[in-house]
Design a protein around this ligand. Structure first.
Ligand SMILES: [Fe+2]
Ligand SMILES: [Fe+2]
Length: 168
């Protein structure tokens, strides 16, 4: 069973679950429509998914990463988990540019739709982004989220949760 202790852990957990669900849907579309098979943009579900995806990258994902990096990762260092921090930072550094690129492509095609060429360019970037972020969020769910109960005392937890709420 997943250990979720404290408000900060709960907030991160909920965001991980939400992003994993979004990435799941994105991956399903990418699997159904290979690089040579652009989806039908008349399908409202596809349009909605792509705009949700672009919106999530531009807002929630960046804020989430920023909070982790500013507030939580320094605690990992201070608690002998520097290796975990380094791994997560490396993930973030790879994921953000991929996400920005994929979001810009999704936005650019949101009104006109993807054609063969733009879909072929979008597909591998979105697939790599989805794969990396899925693995990253799963890794944090397995290791970081359960550790927060030890890293934060109740008062710190309350303060950080409040600060994060204000960032969102
Ligand atoms: Fe992260
Ligand atoms: Fe995270």
């Amino acid at each position: 069973m997943q250990v979720i202790e404290g408000q900060v852990a709960q907030m991160l957990h909920e965001e991980h679950v939400a992003v994993l669900e979004l990435l799941n849907r994105l991956t399903a579309v990418l699997n159904r429509h290979g690089p040579g098979m652009p989806p039908d943009m008349q399908d409202p579900a596809i349009g909605r998914l792509l705009s949700q995806f672009a919106g999530a990258i531009e807002t929630e994902i960046k804020t989430h990463f920023e909070f982790e990096e500013m507030t939580l990762f320094p605690l990992l260092d201070a608690n002998g988990e520097g290796e975990m921090r380094a791994m997560y930072i490396e993930d973030h550094r790879a994921i953000v540019p991929l996400g920005e690129k994929a979001a810009a492509m999704a936005r650019a095609s949101s009104t006109t739709g993807f054609d063969a060429q733009t879909w072929a360019a979008f597909h591998p970037v979105a697939a790599e982004f989805a794969d990396r972020l899925t693995r990253h969020a799963e890794a944090e769910e397995a290791a970081l989220v359960p550790l927060l109960g030890e890293l934060l005392d109740p008062e710190e937890d309350r303060q950080h949760a409040e600060a994060y709420e204000a960032m969102r």
